[in-house]
Design a protein around this ligand. Structure first.
Ligand code: CU
Length: 265
């Protein structure tokens, strides 16, 4: 597992369908790719990560791990951020300021995984008009209707989720894999698995759900969880958001938050 020791906060342009959006990402290299980086760390050990804020404004770093500290990231500077000692599980790091949240910088923080077969799903929605306002320095009126046009897993909408080896779950028969899922959006989501029930291994907002075995998994705004999938049968099985608006691209079905579990013989 590669240890990400530096993250770059990068402004750039995000294109989905006919929409071109100003965006921010937290990437693992200093050049824009459009994809937020995952940070992997061992369990029960504190560590740090250097965050280089290349944006023109200051941001604030935060995570949904217990006892997280807010860290200021002044514009144009590098800041060393401490990561606390945590038990095995899935968490998220993000920019806890409106511009950072609306423009979409933040990724999974995976703790304590080593040689397991791992996948991750960074869930977000995108409303281009809101992003344009935020990029222009305006504040968002959250009392207005929220009508995202795009719904993504790892910044990709179906069918492009099939091009992402972290979103598309390709495993061999009888493999066991773990999927880290995190909701970075502004609404709650619920994923429905065809063909399999998954075991909930960790959940930041619902620890009482650890040990549940379900084919439908709700993920609240800001929540991260880990599920275990045992690939006991061959074939191709969809996983999709159970909210039908979230399986569209700019209003057209099918799209959005759909991916596939592909179990090979
Ligand atoms: Cu279904």
């Amino acid at each position: 597992m590669s240890a990400q020791d530096t993250l770059w906060i990068l402004p750039g342009t995000y294109i989905q369908g006919n929409d071109t959006m100003p965006a921010l990402r937290s990437e693992g290299q200093p050049t824009w790719s459009g994809y937020n980086a995952v940070v992997d760390r061992p369990e029960n050990a504190s560590s740090s990560v250097v965050v280089v804020n290349t944006d023109s404004v200051a941001h604030t770093w935060w995570t949904n791990a217990p006892d997280a500290n807010t860290v200021d990231l002044p514009a144009g500077t590098s800041t060393s951020v401490m990561l606390p000692s945590l038990p095995q599980g899935s968490y998220q790091y993000f920019l806890n300021d409106e511009r950072g949240k609306v423009l979409g910088a933040g990724g999974l923080l995976r703790i304590g995984w080593d040689t397991e077969t791992l996948f991750y799903w960074n869930l977000r929605e995108w409303q281009p008009s809101m992003m344009t306002l935020s990029a222009a320095g305006e504040s968002i009126d959250w009392s207005l209707p929220y009508v995202p046009r795009h719904f993504t897993i790892n910044e990709r909408a179906y069918p492009s989720t099939g091009d992402d080896p972290n979103a598309y779950v390709a495993v061999n028969l009888n493999d066991t894999c773990f999927i880290s899922i995190s909701n970075f959006g502004h609404m709650n989501h619920v994923l429905h698995f065809h063909g399999f029930h998954v075991d909930i291994i960790s959940a930041t907002h619902h620890p009482e759900r650890v040990g549940w075995n379900k084919d439908t998994v709700p993920i609240r705004k800001g929540e991260s969880l880990t599920v275990r999938l045992v690939a006991f049968q061959e074939g191709m099985y969809p996983v999709h958001n159970h909210n039908l608006i979230a399986v569209t691209n700019a209003g057209f079905y099918p799209g959005g938050m759909i991916t596939t579990i592909h179990v090979m013989p």
